[in-house]
Each structure stands twice: as structure tokens, then as C-alpha cells.
Design a binder for this molecule. Structure first.
Ligand code: FBP
Length: 551
């Protein structure tokens, strides 16, 4: 174990708070059943695929009296990308299970879903749990991206659980992992295995949310870390007054992180991929719009500023989206010939010669480094690894070219010098904010209450979370309720609906209402670092997004 820092030591003593109902009733709160539910779309198809878990009622916990339970064993996995607060979910689950019956045991399966399939685990103890309370990271049991989706895997999971006597599994993950949790719950129920499955909503991307899950955990802390960094860069920009900073922010698909950071810091520009797609903006239009902001500020000798870029942007630009699809096909069909080419210049020329005219037109003006990334390594499914494409550098270089073209004929030259950044891994394992520490602990504890009341196929949920913790509502949402059918890899499959930025929602509309003023001025806002100790109005603030969404 590494040496503990003074902050970590003080933070270990932080007592995560629970919604009043759980604080007063523990995991013995009664599961009050609501009306039967429907999936968000494609009801007939989803019902057919999930005959035993479809239509379950949503659950709110209400006061209840302690009841005797026989000892149970439960298993837990962390699935997908790290998100601050994962350890507290496990701590809340552990504490809740021990309250249900001190003889209960919790198995932590290691390395994500593969641990559950390959039976790699540790039995969690007071000592292990206590040493990870309120810490960031997933290192207690680690995570992984193995997809838990085949019948063979489900059989292995069932066999492993039966061998240990495990009767409940908690899957802490994003939309894909919880989709798999939903399928596993159905499978284990249909097999009469007696094994419950409960999901917990995790992802810094913030795209696992809906009417019942107000936010996924980790979004609060990660965006606070990024906002601090963005704010620091703004202050540097405003002090040196010589650089434009292009900052790419994580979020594989949705732009919630970039939008939240913009609301926190008030940059000169923030691209929202969902708006790009809705308005069908071309890359040229995006570059020209940003160039116009640079030129406008230059008129007031403000040759500096900050632009926020969501990681997933490239896939939302219509002509690049279809270009990527054509590149994927082209490379798959000509793999051997392409691989035999000596260098990147030859590879780029090979591709350019074979693209359809419209896509050649989209490909040719891209900076060489971006062309190389687009024709570079594919993932195991043969797709471009979009997160590795340096969109921030691409935009900076294309704006630079625009400015050079303008300067060629202009009397008064515009100064443009850029710095590029990518913030992602910096925030995923941060020590959870008070919000995430409480939210995660409450989600884990809620999962224990769902297990105690014998439920399966549910996601642990805490609602009303823009309010103080004691007003939070704890319950369970049927996983089938969040599902719809989507066309993926050539097939219609049931998946939890991903939440992209709602362009009519208050967070985006707040950006729209302010962005022209932010583009012109220095109305920067410096959020500073997360505060763990101090006045509640500083330490316990939810995100701007959550606050605006629940005004
Ligand atoms: P999850 O959806 O699994 O929570 O992961 C999200 C994320 O952090 C994205 O923001 C990012 O694009 C991706 O993971 C990076 O993945 P990896 O950790 O495999 O590099």
C-alpha cells in the first residue's frame, strides 16, 4: 500500500451521508412498488426479449421495520472507464449488506466483467473497505471493458456464483454495462438461478441519465477537476494575452462534460457535438465560425482565448462521419495492399486515390497528422479510434491556415498562436467530491436494500439530488424501462438509451444565451479546486448542469 497523504487521511474520516429514508431505516426500508412500467421505446420488441423482467414497477423506499435474513453472499464488479466514487459505491453496498446481516459477505470480482467470468475475486473485509473510503480510482478491485453478453459467459457467471453460493451480483457501469446487466438479469431469472442482478449508474461522460436517473456518478467530480484546470488556463491566457488554448475534454460521444465546463468557466467558445449534428455543420463551417471569433477579438487586440471541444466531435460532423465509414470499408477491403505500403505518405495517397469524390474533398484539406490518424490503427471491430484523433490540433491548425490566408492580403496582421490540451484521464480517478462521495455511497447502500428486498433487474437510483442529501429519494428503476432498440454493427439490438445533450434543455440554452458575450469579453469564471472541507455552499454544490436541469 502506498503512503497515505494528509488529505487522504483526513478524507478517510469523512462520513458519507445517506438519504433520510436510508439513514433512518437502513437497508430495511420497505420497497414500495409503483405502477407497472414500459420501456422508453420499442415496447413490443423489448417485452419479447425480456419477458420476465419487462414491466416491473419502479420502487421508492419508504419506512420499514428490521426483518431477519439468512446470511447471503453477493458479488460486485466495476465495469468500463474509471469514475470518481466507485469505491464508495462498494463501501455503501458493503455497509448495507453487513447491516442486513453481519454474516453477509461481499465478493469483489477483479478487473471488471472478466473477473466474474473467470472467477478472479477477493472477499472484501472491513480493513479493505476502510482503506478505500472516499478515495478516487477503481484500484480496490480494478475495472475492465470485457463485454458480458454471450450465453457462454452467462453460464460461466452462473456456475461461478453457484460454486460460491453467491445470490446477488451488483454491476457498476455505464449504459453498455447496464444493458448487459439487464440481459443477465433476464437470463438468470429465466434459468431460475436464484441470483439477483442490480445495476449502478457510472460514467464521467454523464450520458447515462433519464427521467429516473438524474446523473451518473463521477460526472460531478470529473467536471469539477476539468473546470479547475480550464479556469487556470483561462487565467494564464488572460495574463499572458498571447495564446489561444484549444482544450479537448473527454466524453466519447455526448458533450455533457464540455458543456458543464463551459457553464462553469465561460470560455470564448464551446463546441457542442449535438448542435453540430443538428445543424449539419461542416468542418469548414465550424472552423470559419471559430476563425470569426479570433478575428473579432483581434480587432480589440485580444489575441487570446479558450475554446472547449468535446472528445466525440469528429463523429458528429456529417461529412467526417460518412468519410470515416467509407475509410473503414476501404481499409477492410484493401488491408493487405495498404499494410504493405512503406510509409504514411504512401498510405495517405493510396486512400486519397480511392475515396469517392465527396469524401476526397472532405479528406484533402485535413492536416496531415489528422489524415494519418484517420487511416491509422483500427480497433478490434475495424473502426477508427476516434478518441485518438487530435481534434484540438486539427481545429487550431485549420484556423491558423485561415488566419494566414487573411494576413496575406490584410494591412493589419492578426496574431494567432495556439496551445492544445486534452483533459480526460486527469479527472477520472480524482478523490470524489462531497456530492459524489455521498451519491456513490447512497447508490451502493440502495443496492443493498434492493438485494435485501429480493429484487432483480433494477438499477439503484437516488433522485432529487440537486437538493441536500437528506431530501434525496432512494429507490430502484427497472433496467428494462430504460431500453430501446438500436441498429448496431448491422443488427437491431436492445440497449439502454444514451442521453445526448438536449438542445432544448436549460444547460445548452444557457450556453446559447451567453456565448456571444463570452466570445467577446473576459467574463471568465475561475471555479478553483474541489473543496472537501469548509462551508457547505462551497463544498456541496452540484454541477451547473444538474442545477439547471432541476430548477
Ligand atoms: P465509460 O463510458 O466506460 O464510463 O468510459 C468513458 C470514458 O472515460 C470516455 O470519456 C473516454 O472516451 C473513454 O472512457 C476512454 O476509454 P479508455 O479508458 O479505454 O481509454
Amino acid at each position: 500500500m502506498s503512503e497515505i497523504s494528509p488529505l487522504q487521511k483526513a478524507r478517510a474520516a469523512y462520513q458519507a451521508r445517506l438519504p433520510k429514508i436510508l439513514a433512518e431505516n437502513g437497508p430495511f426500508a420497505t420497497a414500495k412498488l409503483g405502477a407497472p412500467t414500459q420501456s422508453v421505446a420499442d415496447q413490443d420488441a423489448i417485452k419479447k426479449l425480456f419477458p420476465d423482467t419487462y414491466g416491473l414497477p419502479a420502487i421508492d423506499f419508504v419506512p420499514g421495520a428490521p426483518f431477519a435474513t439468512t446470511p447471503i453472499k453477493a458479488g460486485v464488479i466495476l465495469s468500463g472507464g474509471q469514475a470518481p466514487g466507485g469505491h464508495n459505491v462498494i463501501a455503501g453496498l458493503y455497509d448495507g449488506l453487513k447491516k442486513l446481516n453481519p454474516a453477509n459477505e461481499l465478493y469483489g470480482f477483479k478487473g471488471g466483467p472478466s473477473g466474474l467470468i473467470d472467477d478472479k475475486y477477493i472477499i472484501l473485509t472491513d480493513e479493505i473497505i476502510d482503506s478505500y473510503r472516499n478515495t478516487g480510482g477503481f484500484d480496490m478491485i480494478c475495472s475492465g471493458r470485457t463485454k458480458l453478453e454471450t450465453e457462454e459467459q452467462f453460464e460461466k457467471v452462473m456456475a461461478n456464483c453457484k460454486a460460491h453460493g453467491i445470490t446477488a451480483i451488483v454491476i457498476i457501469g455505464g449504459d453498455d454495462s447496464n444493458t448487459n446487466a439487464c440481459t443477465l438479469a433476464q437470463y438468470l431469472l429465466a434459468k431460475n438461478s436464484g441470483i439477483q442482478v442490480i445495476g449502478c449508474p457510472k460514467t464521467i461522460d454523464g450520458d447515462l441519465k433519464n427521467a429516473w436517473i438524474e446523473v451518473s456518478f463521477g460526472f460531478d467530480t470529473a467536471t469539477k477537476v476539468y473546470s479547475e484546470l480550464v479556469g487556470n488556463i483561462m487565467r494564464d491566457a488572460n495574463s499572458a494575452r498571447k495564446y489561444w488554448h484549444f482544450i479537448k475534454l473527454m466524453g466519447r460521444s455526448a458533450s455533457h462534460i464540455a458543456l458543464e465546463c463551459a457553464l462553469e468557466t465561460h470560455p470564448q467558445a464551446c463546441i457542442v457535438s449535438e448542435e453540430v449534428a443538428a445543424k449539419k455543420l461542416s468542418l469548414r463551417q465550424i472552423v470559419d465560425q471559430l476563425t470569426a471569433i479570433v478575428v473579432d477579438r483581434a480587432k480589440n487586440s485580444m489575441n487570446f482565448g479558450v475554446v472547449l471541444i468535446p472528445e466525440g466531435l469528429i463523429e458528429f460532423i456529417p461529412e467526417i462521419q460518412t468519410l470515416i465509414a467509407e475509410l473503414n470499408d476501404l481499409l477492410a477491403k484493401n488491408q493487405a495492399e495498404f499494410d504493405a505500403l512503406a510509409d504514411m505518405d504512401a498510405k495517405i495517397a493510396f486512400v486519397e486515390a480511392r475515396l469517392t469524390p465527396a469524401h476526397r474533398e472532405a479528406f484533402q484539406p485535413l492536416p496531415t497528422a489528422i489524415k494519418a490518424q484517420l487511416v491509422g490503427d483500427r480497433d478490434p471491430h475495424g473502426n477508427v479510434q476516434v478518441s485518438k484523433i487530435e481534434t484540438e490540433k486539427m481545429l487550431a491548425e485549420m484556423i491558423d491556415n485561415n488566419i494566414k490566408a487573411l494576413n496575406a492580403t490584410a494591412e493589419k496582421k492578426i496574431k494567432f498562436s495556439s496551445q492544445c490540451h486534452f483533459f480526460g484521464y486527469e479527472g477520472r480517478c480524482a478523490a470524489p467530491s462531497n456530492f459524489d462521495a455521498n451519491y456513490c455511497y447512497s447508490l451502493g447502500f440502495t443496492a443493498s436494500a434492493l438485494i435485501g428486498s429480493g429484487k432483480t433487474g433494477y438499477m439503484a437510483s437516488c433522485r432529487n439530488i440537486s437538493k441536500p442529501v437528506d431530501q434525496w429519494v432512494a429507490g430502484g428503476i427497472p433496467l428494462t424501462m430504460m431500453m430501446n432498440m438500436e441498429h448496431r454493427h448491422g443488427k437491431d439490438v436492445p440497449v439502454i438509451k444514451k442521453a445526448l445533450v438536449d438542445l432544448s434543455g436549460k444547460p445548452f440554452q444557457t450556453l446559447v444565451a451567453n456565448r456571444d458575450a463570452w466570445a467577446k469579453g473576459v467574463e471568465f469564471r475561475y471555479p478553483g479546486p474541489i473543496q472537501y472541507f469548509g462551508p457547505t455552499e462551497v463544498c456541496d454544490l452540484p454541477t451547473e448542469t444538474l442545477t439547471l436541469e432541476h430548477l
